[in-house]
Design a protein around this ligand. Structure first.
Ligand code: FAD
Ligand code: SF4
Length: 467
């Protein structure tokens, strides 16, 4: 039977409606959609898709179970490897991971693996089966392990270690858990309710979480060892915003994307006036950068009432690092793209100290640089003024420096990232492991989860061999 060449479309809220609310944009597959998409999978004898999944999900097996309408076994199959399927099904860049490796992709669109993962995770939640599907974990505990940070790296490491029989405690500096999943990614892409359900699943498995503890200040890593923790995983992320270093960055109306999204998400400005934490946003907003963080900042601004929102990016569309579908969503919503453009000065009103415009210069592309992408070269004399009243800087984040500063023996890379053994995640200090954005610099949810999984496996191997 001929395979349908295109992925089954995912229903979405209409652009003109969704820009007025923070509800989820993508609505998920119906059962009919899921069955149609599952049928496209060839059930390859040597399935290459699994190679593209950092948490090693048995993809053809769960898709086969969907085809057989055995959705409960399908979600159990996924959860053997991945404790956060509803999150991954929504925000993982599958197009660069499992779907990039799907054999169908050579001739047509690959199987919509992420959409199918989301479908079964949502099915389990809607059927109220999450609690009854919880797997038994060993009652006798092998040792106490501490995990620092409750982002995807820490959550995955903790979940896998609990399943292996460890007594695991996550220490989180904020009052809420989830890391960037909560304070970065907006509600319309990843509802907080979904995040809460998946974190609760881990708590029910036995993961303990203590919030409001800043490791490196409240208590240090050597002190955790003294308290009896046999190994420690650091998953503290990359939360330190990078800045442009141009005149005018200190004016009123300039935000780092990190601060902006944290205020919207964590302090729930998006629910104002229901909450008492408004955020000031102007009428004309320029967002600098073209990654996921930039797209999120732009789309949030629109929903908070900005009339015009621009993405200002120094390279061209083909170099934009954001997920393709999020770029499409941003375009559908009316975000305007100023490509091959670099801001060189933010101009303020002398009396109020507020942003009133931004001076930009046009670029052309030169030879590829060390990142492999073509280098932007400014075109002399092409400067122009863009009238804006808010500027959001989304040009990347660096690893959080607190733990490295509190541990002088910890070996660091050029960008302040913690250096680790590639296979195990062990740092230069024995029994201390690290993974996710703190080790790689800002990357992806699934890369962080993969690092958490590898570290859990390595911690178990090392501690088992000691006993
Ligand atoms: P984080 O998620 O940053 O979690 C680190 C946690 O550690 C935080 O909770 C922090 O509070 C805590 N912490 C830090 N220091 C300490 C300390 N000293 N003591 C205790 N706790 C501490 N990736 C995708 O794959 N798809 C996307 O669509 C996507 N969109 C994104 C959108 C935005 C706005 C942002 C900012 C990122 C996005 N990413 C996306 C990237 C992805 O979210 C990150 O790569 C991922 O969250 C990294 O996980 P992590 O566990 O390493 O760190
Ligand atoms: Fe199915 Fe693609 Fe994996 Fe083959 S590679 S098993 S077609 S998802």
């Amino acid at each position: 039977m001929a395979v349908e060449p295109k992925k089954t479309e995912m229903p979405k809220q209409k652009p003109e409606e969704r820009i007025k609310n923070f509800h989820e944009v993508a609505l998920g597959f119906t059962e009919e959609d899921a069955l149609k998409e599952a049928k496209r999978c060839l059930q390859c004898k040597k399935p290459t898709c699994i190679e593209g999944c950092p948490v090693e999900i048995d993809i053809p097996s769960f898709i086969k179970l969907i085809k057989e309408k055995d959705y409960n076994s399908a979600i159990k199959k996924i959860k053997e490897k991945n404790s956060l399927p509803a999150i991954c099904g929504r925000v993982c860049p599958q197009e660069e991971q499992c779907e990039a490796k799907c054999v169908l992709g050579k001739k047509m669109e690959p199987v919509g693996i992420g959409r199918l993962e989301r479908f079964v995770a949502d099915w389990e939640r809607k059927q109220g089966l999450i609690e009854s599907n919880i797997v038994e974990v060993p009652k006798e505990k092998i040792a106490k392990i501490a995990v620092v940070g409750s982002g995807p790296a820490g959550l995955t490491c903790a979940g896998d270690l609990v399943k292996l029989g460890y007594d695991v405690t996550i220490f989180e500096s904020l009052h809420l858990t989830g890391g960037v999943l909560r304070y970065g990614i907006p509600e319309f892409r990843l509802p907080k309710e979904i995040l809460d359900v998946e974190i609760n699943y881990l708590k029910n498995l036995g993961v303990k979480i203590i919030t409001n503890v800043l490791i490196g200040k409240t208590i240090t890593i050597p002190e955790l060892f003294k308290e009896g923790y046999k190994s420690i995983f650091i998953g503290t992320g990359a939360g330190l915003p990078n800045f442009l270093g141009i005149p005018g960055e200190n004016l009123n109306g300039v935000y780092s994307a990190n601060e902006y999204l944290t205020r919207v998400n964590l302090m729930e400005s998006y629910k104002f006036p229901e909450t008492d934490t408004p955020i000031k946003i102007g009428k004309k907003v320029a967002v600098i950068g073209a990654g996921n963080v930039a797209m999120d900042s732009a789309r949030v601004s629109l929903r908070l009432g900005a009339e015009e929102v621009y993405i200002v990016y120094r390279r061209s569309e083909s170099e934009m690092p954001a997920r393709k579908e999020e770029i499409e969503n941003a375009k559908e919503e009316g975000i305007k793209f100023h490509l091959l453009t670099n801001p060189i000065e933010i101009i303020g009103n002398n009396e109020t100290g507020k942003v009133k415009a931004m001076k930009c210069i046009k670029n052309k592309l030169g030879e590829p640089d060390s990142s492999g992408r073509r280098r932007p070269i400014p075109i002399a004399g092409s400067e122009y003024i863009m009238e804006v009243d808010t500027v959001i800087c989304a040009i990347g984040q660096s690893p959080n420096p607190l733990i490295p500063q509190s541990m002088p023996d910890l070996k660091l890379g050029a960008h302040g990232n913690i250096l680790t053994d590639e296979k195990t995640g062990e740092t230069s200090i024995p029994f201390v492991y690290a993974g996710g954005d703190i080790a790689t610099g800002a990357a992806t949810v699934i890369a962080a989860m993969g690092a958490g999984k590898r570290a859990a496996r390595a911690i178990n191997e090392k501690l088992k061999n000691l006993s």
